[in-house]
Structure formats: structure tokens, C-alpha cells
Design a binder for this molecule. Structure first.
Ligand SMILES: Nc1ncnc2c1ncn2[C@@H]1O[C@H](COP(=O)(O)OP(=O)(O)OP(=O)(O)O)[C@@H](O)[C@H]1O
Ligand SMILES: [Mg+2]
Length: 740
């Protein structure tokens, strides 16, 4: 490692190996780089055993990149450094010691889908009306409680006297019990239980404190209370803790990230050395200026100065399009030009957007333009039906204590086992306090199911047979045998549709993934593979060696950098979202969105393109949006392309009117059959019978509350927060809202 590749404050941060260190600095200033160099320095210059070092970061992708950089620098012994995410750190610890908390160490990890299924079942069992109390609401409440390290008992104490909270407390308790019965943990549990383990078992804590004498945390601004507590406990003995972060990039408040962790750091560790980095090495001056101008609109932030020696660079391209399709077309063309005329590669380009749904249009245009691309997020590979089915087979073979997994596949492919039979098995399992799978095993003894047990028997025998082969055959062979015996692929082949074909390809991909796992691991096990899969965050679908454009949400882009960045859908209502604009604490929510904009802008090294559309279909509704306030916060000198007011001819109602006139002129004699186009007639402003705050009913969307009314020239624009359909903005004369 050459320390002279670092600037002065970076050097100081690397050399300060002992005691707590807080590095607070803006985007692209080399925070992550400091951490990798520090690791190399500890080993090479300080003679620290790699075994005693741990580096924690936020996404698997970031951990992978960090691992690579460390491997390059350190060489021998680097594999014993723990370079991981919070979640995988906890999985590793819990796999070893969770039996001390009464779980079996081969626990299953539930993803969001599993959680939902479990919650649905639970609410049904508790007779809770999901029309009034949504499962999402319970899951969110439970998740935030866990982030704050509040367990079911404490939650119940705090809830006393509050009807909804008391209900949540009941559900929380039952939910935890159901998880425990299935020997399963959800993602938040991973952190929660590790902290609990450390707090209740001095021996385990001491073991890990001794092991991890040097701890580093990247993206510290996004840690929540539970994660902070985890780090604080781990570093409690040696106090060699170095955290790096940027308060302007804190974008996970909705997941409980706690900005006070930065402020509290100095409180918990009063001896902490604080280091600031001020030189940005990533972006051009124009990009940096734009980022700074935007973030300057947030109040109560720590003012930071960032400079760059990278030169002014290109201006920021700005384009406002008519529709999302036009926008996608432009991005496709521009990328093609960058690749064919300017010598960039596809992987130098990234399209960033606020919501996953925006990816579809880009995908369509990229397919026709022959642009290789990869969508990060959206339908995660592991969330696809066929992959989940096969994984549930593997889970059942590995650990049939997961009822959800067993129930998912008991009839897939169809075995002619009826719903009534399954319900009876379930009832029996509950009555006997056994797992669903164990109940299947003794199906013959369940009096109410009669002959149906004959259909269950082969399934149980099959699982037992596969189990007995564990360790004898490779995992690939195991998976292939599952596919063969169940006839899963055969059934798809028989279907013969394109969709079935795509599913078979995905299954092939799963087999490759199992093979890759077996190759990489010294001691591959089925549990090990399932554990790895459970932790794959969306971002992991990125493979570095391939050359493709990356499409992802702004949240997933944190910590990454690209030569060319396209920020798409920069419209008020989309980004910042209506949810934030309409929220009760809009000021705060919009500040969080603005930090997200800052993250987006600062991903760009050389070229930044910002675009938006005047009209956009969102969940089947056309919305007419203004240019995002975040774009308007950038001074016009930095932008190539002006922000124009839309011309009146371009307005949708005017267009519709003209179209109607046109049609009328063409078919003068068909006038009787002429029907008014949808957007026609807005010139007549109707008198409103409702006001902000009123409850209203819409024919399609049902009931909701009026959140805002804006008087336009021709019509009122009404924003309604529908109980089920979410927030919609609509013209009063079309919406025909009725006050209720
Ligand atoms: N002293 C330096 N000399 C040369 N290049 C540097 C130096 N410091 C950082 N860089 C480069 O600048 C870029 C940004 O660095 P890095 O990703 O570490 O920044 P960061 O502060 O972690 O950014 P973010 O806040 O976005 O996570 C990287 O390409 C890195 O290699
Ligand atoms: Mg970083």
C-alpha cells in the first residue's frame, strides 16, 4: 500500500488506527477509499492479524467491491477479514450461537414475501379485519419497533391505553411466536437478536470483542438504532472503531436510520477524533456545484465545503419531454451515441429513477435499440415463482420446520391434495403443537383426512429420501433430482409457451448459481447455500465483468459511481413524491427526498443528464407534473437546456380539443356519432362542493380525503389521498368527486 496516494486528511484517517474515529465528509471525497487503505495499513504496517479486522457496509454490492479492493492491496490472509453487511455479520454470529436464545442454529430467514404470508395467516387466525387493519401496517410497526430494539413486551407496555397500538402489540407477540415456531427470523430479527445475544451473554460478547479489535463502518449515516448498538457493543472493549459517513446522504429514515447516530458518536466516544475530507475526486466542478446548490436548500445541516480539481466539465444536460416514452427514447439514443461516438462502454452508463415502476419503459426502448442492460431490483431473480418453488423444496429438505415453505410446495406440481385436507393437517399441527411437516409425516393418524393421506405419503417419502442423500451427492445433483422427480421442468416444457421457456431458463440459472456456490465454498452445505441466497440484496444481480447499462432506483445507487448518469423522471409528484409533498411533515420528508437527489447527482463522474416528462402514466392514471423543484434549485448557468413553461398548445386539454375539432372537420356528416373525448370540456370550471380535508368518493378509486386543491386557469386540480388507491391528482371536472 502506498500512503502517498492519499491526501493529508485521508492520511491522517489511515494513520489514526487506535481509538474511535469519525470521518464526516461529502460524496466522492474518498471515505470508502480511506477504509480500504486503513485495512491494508493495519495489516502491513501495524502487523495486525487480518482475523481481528471487520469492515461493515450497507449493500452486498458495496461489500463485494470493498472485498476486491482489500484483496488487491493485502494479498495473503485477507480472506479472514470480515468484509460484510450488517445482516450477514449477524447471520454468521447467530448461526453459531442463537441456540443460546432458544432457536436452532439452522434457522430460516424470511424475506418480505414470507413475512406477508405469515402475517396474513396470523391476522386471519386472530380474526382481525384486514380491510381496516392492513397487514402492511402491522409489519411496518413491528419493523420500526425492532429497529429501535423494542421487543413485544416493552411494546405492549408502551401501548397501554391506545387501541391501535394495543392491537399491534398483540400481533407483534403472536408474530414473533409464529416465527419461533417455524424456526425462522425476519431481516430485522437478525440485528435484534444479535444485540440481545450480546446483551444477555457476556461470554459470546467477549468472544467477538476479542475477535474484532478493529471495526470499520461505511455509510454510517444510514445505520439505525439497533445497528449502532451492535457496533457499540462490539467495539466496547478495544474502542478501535472507525465510522465514515455523510449526513447529506442519509436516505433511509423510512427504515429507521438515525441521523443522531452521527451526533451521538461523539457523546458515546468523547475521545473520538473527527476528520473532515474536503476534496472530491469523483465529479466535475459543474456536477459538484449542482449537487451543492440542491443540498444547500436543506436546513439544519452541517455545512460542508467540497472542491474538486477535476475541471469544470460538461454542462448538465436538461430535457423536458412530452411523455415518459419520449424520455426513454432519448436516453436510449444518448447512450448509443456515448458508446459509438465517444468511446464509452455500456457499463459506464447508469439510469437512476425514484420508483421501480419507471424501469419498464427504459427496458422496452433498450430492447429495441439493442442496448444490453440490467435492472437492479424490480422482480428479483429469487422472487420469481419457479425459483421460490425450488428453493422451498430445498428449504424443506434442509429444515422442514418452515411451515410456509412446506405449504408452498406440497401441491406444486399438483399432487391432487385438496385444500380441505391441507386445512385439516394444519389444524392438527396446531392442536398437537407440531410443525406442518411433522403433521404430514403422520397423516395416516389424522382421523379427519381419510384416504387423502395416501396422496401425502409420496411427498414425505420423497423429502426423506432426499434428506438421506445430503452430503452424499453434490448440491447440483440434489437440485437436479428434485427437478427430475417432481417433473417441474417437464411440466413447463409441456406448456410450451414463451413464458414457460423463460422460467426454464431461470431454473438453469439457479442450477448455475448452485454450481458456482459449490465451487467457491470449501465446505458447501445446503444450509449455507440457502443462507447466502436469503441475503442477496437486489444489487447483487450486478456482475462486474459484464458490460451493460445499469438501471436502478436512487436508493440502490448509494456508494456507486458511473461516468454517465441519467436522472430520469425529475418531476414534482414523482421526485419529490406526492407522498412526501402531501405528508403531514412535508418539510422533513422533502428534505429526505432532497438528500436522495444529492446522492443521485453525486454518482456522476463526467456527464449528468436530467430529464422529465410533462405527462406520465402512473398506476394507470395520467399525471401532469411540473419540473422537479430539485432541478429548479440548480442555477440555469449549469444547465444545457432551459426549463421552459409548457406552451398552451401542448397542454393536454388543448390537444384533446384540437384533436376533436380535427376529427369533426374530417367527418362533418358523422357529427351525431361523435363523442366527446376524455379530456375535452375542461374549459368549463365546475363549482366545487368539497374542500381540503373533506372526505370524497370517486367512481373507480373509492373513498379518500382531499389533500389539496389548486386553481388552474381552466379547471381545479384536486389531490386526493384514496384509502386504497393512494394519492392521485385529478381535474375536478373529470373526477366527479362526491362529498360524503
Ligand atoms: N486521494 C485520492 N487520489 C485519487 N483518487 C481518489 C483519492 N481519494 C478518492 N479517490 C477516488 O475518488 C472516487 C470516490 O471515492 P470514494 O468512493 O472512496 O468516495 P466516498 O467518499 O466513499 O463517496 P460516497 O459518499 O459516494 O460513498 C473513487 O473513484 C476513488 O478511487
Ligand atoms: Mg463511499
Amino acid at each position: 500500500m502506498d500512503i502517498n496516494t492519499l491526501n493529508e486528511p485521508q492520511k491522517r484517517a489511515v494513520l489514526q488506527t487506535e481509538g474511535p474515529v469519525l470521518i464526516l465528509a461529502g460524496a466522492g471525497s474518498g471515505k470508502t477509499r480511506v477504509l480500504t487503505h486503513r485495512t491494508a495499513y493495519l495489516i502491513e504496517e501495524k502487523g495486525v492479524n487480518p482475523y481481528h479486522i471487520m469492515a461493515i457496509t450497507f449493500t452486498n454490492k458495496a461489500a463485494g467491491e470493498m472485498r476486491e479492493r482489500i484483496d488487491d492491496m493485502v494479498g495473503y490472509g485477507s480472506e479472514s477479514i470480515w468484509v460484510t453487511t450488517f445482516h450477514s455479520t449477524c447471520v454468521r454470529i447467530l448461526r453459531r450461537f442463537i441456540d443460546r436464545l432458544g432457536f436452532a442454529t439452522n434457522f430460516t430467514i424470511y424475506d418480505a414475501d414470507d413475512q406477508k404470508t405469515l402475517m396474513k395467516d396470523l391476522l386471519k387466525r386472530l380474526n382481525i379485519d384486514t380491510k381496516i387493519y392492513k397487514e402492511k401496517m402491522f409489519l411496518a410497526a413491528i419493523s420500526s419497533a425492532k429497529d429501535e430494539l423494542i421487543g413485544p413486551t416493552e411494546f405492549a407496555l408502551n401501548a397501554a391505553g391506545d387501541y391501535v397500538k394495543e392491537k399491534q402489540a398483540l400481533v407483534y407477540r403472536e408474530y414473533q411466536q409464529a416465527l419461533k415456531k417455524n424456526n425462522a427470523l425476519d431481516f430485522d430479527d437478525l440485528i435484534f437478536y444479535t444485540v440481545e445475544l450480546f446483551k444477555t451473554d457476556a461470554e459470546v460478547l467477549d468472544y467477538y470483542q476479542e475477535r474484532f479489535r478493529y471495526i470499520m463502518v461505511d455509510e454510517y449515516q444510514d445505520t439505525n438504532t439497533a445497528q449502532f448498538e451492535l457496533v457499540r457493543l462490539l467495539a466496547g472493549k478495544y474502542k478501535n472503531l472507525c465510522v465514515v459517513g455523510d449526513d447529506d446522504q442519509s436516505i433511509y429514515k423510512f427504515r429507521g436510520a438515525n441521523i443522531y447516530n452521527i451526533l451521538n458518536f461523539e457523546k458515546y466516544f468523547p475521545e473520538a477524533v473527527v476528520i473532515k475530507l474536503e476534496q472530491n475526486y469523483r465529479s466535475t466542478q459543474n456536477i459538484l456545484d449542482a449537487a451543492n446548490q440542491v443540498i444547500a436548500n436543506n436546513r439544519g445541516r452541517k455545512e460542508k465545503r467540497l472542491f474538486t480539481l477535476n475541471g469544470e466539465g460538461e454542462k448538465i444536460a436538461f430535457h423536458q419531454f412530452e411523455t415518459g416514452y419520449d424520455e426513454a427514447e432519448y436516453v436510449a439514443r444518448d447512450i448509443t451515441e456515448k458508446v459509438y461516438k465517444q468511446g464509452y462502454q455500456y457499463k459506464d452508463c447508469a439510469v437512476l429513477y425514484r420508483t421501480n415502476a419507471q424501469s419498464r419503459m427504459f427496458e422496452e426502448k433498450f430492447v429495441v435499440s439493442n442496448i444490453p442492460y440490467k435492472i437492479v431490483g424490480g422482480v428479483n431473480f429469487y422472487a420469481r415463482k419457479e425459483i421460490k418453488d425450488l428453493l422451498c423444496y430445498l428449504k424443506t429438505i434442509d429444515n422442514a420446520s418452515d411451515d410456509l415453505a412446506v405449504r408452498r410446495i406440497i401441491n406444486v406440481p399438483k399432487r391432487g391434495i385438496g385444500a380441505t385436507t391441507l386445512n385439516r393437517v394444519q389444524e392438527y399441527a396446531i392442536a398437537q403443537d407440531m410443525s406442518f411437516y411433522n403433521a404430514l409425516k403422520v397423516a395416516e393418524d389424522i382421523p379427519s383426512i381419510g384416504k387423502a393421506s395416501a396422496k401425502i405419503r409420496p411427498f414425505v417419502l420423497f423429502i426423506q429420501a432426499m434428506r438421506s442423500k445430503l452430503g452424499m451427492i453434490s448440491l447440483v445433483e440434489l437440485l437436479e433430482e428434485v427437478i427430475e422427480t417432481t417433473g417441474y421442468v417437464k411440466e413447463l416444457e409441456a406448456e410450451g409457451t414463451d413464458e414457460a421457456e423463460a422460467r426454464i431458463e431461470n431454473i438453469d440459472e439457479l442450477i448455475s448459481k448452485v454450481a458456482a456456490y459449490e465451487e467457491a465454498e470449501e465446505q458447501p452445505t445446503l444450509s449455507g447455500f440457502l443462507e447466502e441466497v436469503a441475503l442477496v440484496a437486489d444489487i447483487d444481480s450486478l456482475e462486474d465483468e459484464s458490460n451493460y447499462v445499469v438501471l436502478m432506483t436512487l436508493h440502490s445507487a448509494k456508494g456507486l459511481e458511473f461516468s454517465n448518469v441519467y436522472l430520469a423522471g425529475m418531476e414534482d409528484g414523482l421526485f419529490p413524491s406526492y407522498m412526501s409533498i402531501m405528508s403531514d411533515n412535508a418539510a422533513e420528508e422533502i428534505e429526505e427526498e432532497r438528500r436522495l437527489a444529492y446522492v443521485g447527482i453525486t454518482r456522476a463522474k463526467e456527464n449528468l443528464s436530467i430529464s422529465c416528462a410533462r405527462q406520465r402514466m402512473i398506476r394507470g392514471e395520467t399525471q401532469y407534473n411540473k419540473v422537479s423543484r430539485f432541478v429548479r434549485e440548480i442555477s440555469p448557468e449549469l444547465l444545457a437546456g432551459a426549463i421552459k413553461k409548457p406552451k398552451i398548445e401542448d397542454l393536454p386539454m388543448k390537444k384533446a380539443y384540437q384533436q376533436a375539432k380535427e376529427e369533426f372537420r374530417k367527418k362533418p356528416f358523422a357529427a351525431t356519432s361523435y363523442s366527446t373525448p376524455k379530456n375535452f370540456g375542461t374549459a368549463q370550471k365546475i363549482a366545487l362542493t368539497y374542500g381540503v380535508g373533506d372526505r370524497v368518493r370517486h367512481m373507480k378509486f373509492g373513498e379518500g380525503s382531499v389533500k389539496g386543491i389548486v386553481e388552474g386557469g381552466r379547471d381545479y386540480e384536486v389531490t386526493v389521498d384514496f384509502d386504497t388507491a393512494g394519492v392521485k391528482k385529478m381535474f375536478a371536472s373529470f373526477a366527479k368527486l362526491k362529498k360524503i
